[in-house]
Design a protein around this ligand. Structure first.
Ligand SMILES: NC(=O)c1ccc[n+]([C@@H]2O[C@H](COP(=O)([O-])OP(=O)(O)OC[C@H]3O[C@@H](n4cnc5c(N)ncnc54)[C@H](OP(=O)(O)O)[C@@H]3O)[C@@H](O)[C@H]2O)c1
Ligand SMILES: *[C@@H]1O[C@H](CO)[C@@H](O)[C@H](O)[C@H]1NC(C)=O
Ligand SMILES: *[C@@H]1O[C@H](CO)[C@@H](O)[C@H](O)[C@H]1NC(C)=O
Length: 435
């Protein structure tokens, strides 16, 4: 038994260290925090509007307090009461939303709640089995009579297989998508594209069948190719407001540092063009880099679309906060609260090795104290809803979990966005065209 007076102290320690450690580990920031601060204060201070994550915590905490106590940044009063934002019944009828990576986490939650207010939801998952399970989950969710005036006997949810780590499935996607929609006699055009799939924290460098580092391809390159093919095949709507592209990025885009592996002594914030594919070195940093690529991509997509024809496309990126989803599995293991149940239902789950008591305790605590998925999905659901409502989305901008537009670091600039775009075209073997 713990002595009584130690318990609160240990509790507090765990409470603080777990999310920080998870966050920092995930971003592999711990090792270099000292260097980072030096870099932020020294040579690069003019370049960096936001410093390393440790500098961000006080601001985040203040934003959280303002959000929770005063409702700052909230869309309406609804989620002040319930913690989760649900668009009104039938408010999204006639809107088609494509969500990538919807077999779990934020994507699945978005699929459920957008279908619940009448959207036609097309979700993607990596295998046919995952597609079936996710579609069933979302349909059951909408049919639940407990949802009162929201409940619907026939929600419009369908699924199409897509593995962003395999370009052949991305290339064949438009055709397969088209036929699934016509089978259900649904309108083909996509109103909202939610590039949500992603992940990171692989213990070592893994390469896809297409020869690219996995984090880079799943988070960025795969979506780049997909988005381009959807435009090319005329699947993104040009009517009304045009198509809205929502990129699920992460706060870690702010601590992306170009270290060129261990080759360079100085740490520099920004996109690491020399090590895009982690050929020089691999670390968890790959995730920060990929999430920065999402933000750069968003900017460039907006700029190019506006040049092509102003007004028809809206591109935004967002950060959902630290959310208790499967994305942490490589670092912390699966959520202990559902682990046994999932194993028993036949899912193949692998926990990271060497998990001692502290790791297990940390995971248990993290999954409890981190933002739960219902709330974590608020921002992306809200942005999809804005597309269908009268309210305006700020084009090309980056939203945080409090639904506030946040400034992006200085290195998110036109030359970097453009360079990433051109290099991505080369790597994916396409020319991104808008007509
Ligand atoms: N949770 C957080 O704290 C957090 C914070 C910042 C940003 N985000 C971002 O939020 C998004 C959603 O993540 P989540 O937290 O909901 O995690 P999640 O529960 O692990 O969901 C990620 C989804 O993406 C899918 N996916 C991963 N790689 C894919 C690929 N190459 N091709 C196709 N699908 C792929 C996964 O499918 P499988 O199940 O088959 O792997 C899963 O359905 C990600 O972009 C993530 O970077 C999350
Ligand atoms: C989101 O990011 C992906 C990959 O970086 C990109 O292909 C896609 O166009 C982006 N979407 C928006 C709205 O910027
Ligand atoms: C953009 O940022 C990079 C550093 O990441 C810098 O080298 C470059 O000069 C900047 N370009 C513009 C147009 O500001």
């Amino acid at each position: 038994m713990w002595p009584m007076n130690l318990a609160p102290a240990i509790g507090l320690l765990l409470l603080v260290q777990v999310p920080c450690r998870a966050f920092l580990e995930h971003a592999t920031c711990v090792r270099r925090t000292g260097t980072r601060i030096a870099a932020a204060e020294g040579k690069f201070s003019d370049e960096v509007t936001c410093g390393p994550p440790s500098d961000l915590f006080p601001q985040k905490i203040m934003d959280g307090v303002k959000f929770n106590l005063f409702g700052a940044g909230r869309a309406d009063d609804e989620d002040r009461r319930h913690g989760s934002f649900q668009p009104p019944p039938r408010s999204m009828e006639g809107t088609t939303v494509l969500i990538t990576g919807a077999s779990s986490g934020l994507g699945l939650e978005s699929a459920k709640r957008l279908a619940l207010c009448g959207a036609t939801v097309v979700l993607t998952a990596r295998t046919q089995a995952k597609v079936h399970r996710a579609v069933n989950d979302a349909v059951e969710y909408c049919r639940d009579p407990g949802r009162g005036q929201y409940a619907s006997a026939n929600p419009k949810v369908l699924g199409v297989m897509l593995d962003l780590d395999d370009f052949s499935t991305v290339r064949s996607f438009p055709e397969r998508y088209r036929s699934s929609m016509s089978d259900r006699s649904l309108a083909i055009q996509i109103d909202v594209l939610m590039n949500n799939a992603g992940g990171g924290g692989h213990p070592s460098r893994e390469v896809t069948v297409d020869g690219f580092e996995k984090t880079f391809q799943s988070n960025h390159l795969g979506h780049f190719l997909l988005t381009s093919l959807l435009f090319e095949n005329d699947l993104a709507t040009r009517n009304g407001r045009g198509c809205t592209v929502i990129n699920v990025s992460s706060i870690t885009h702010r601590c992306a540092e170009a270290t060129h592996g261990e080759l360079r002594k100085e740490v520099e914030f920004g996109y690491d063009f020399e090590n895009m594919n982690c050929d020089i070195a691999y670390s968890g940093e790959a995730y920060c880099q990929a999430k920065l690529a999402n933000v750069l991509f968003t900017r460039e997509l907006q700029r190019r679309a506006d040049l092509h024809k102003p007004g028809w496309l809206t591109a935004v990126s967002l950060e959902p906060g630290g959310v208790a989803t499967d994305i942490w599995r490589h670092v912390l293991g699966y959520d202990p609260r559902t682990y046994d149940k999932r194993c028993n239902s036949g899912e193949e789950l692998t926990q990271p090795p060497n998990r001692g008591v502290i790791d297990k305790l940390s995971a248990r605590l993290f999954y409890r104290v981190a933002t739960q998925v219902e709330r974590g999905a608020n921002v992306q659901i809200w942005l999809a809803y804005l597309h269908a409502s009268e309210k305006k989305i700020e084009k090309g901008q980056h939203y945080d979990e409090f639904r506030t537009v946040r400034p992006v670091p200085k290195y998110v600039n036109e030359s970097n966005s453009e360079m990433l775009w051109t290099k991505s075209e080369d790597m994916a073997g396409i020319k991104f065209r808008f007509d």
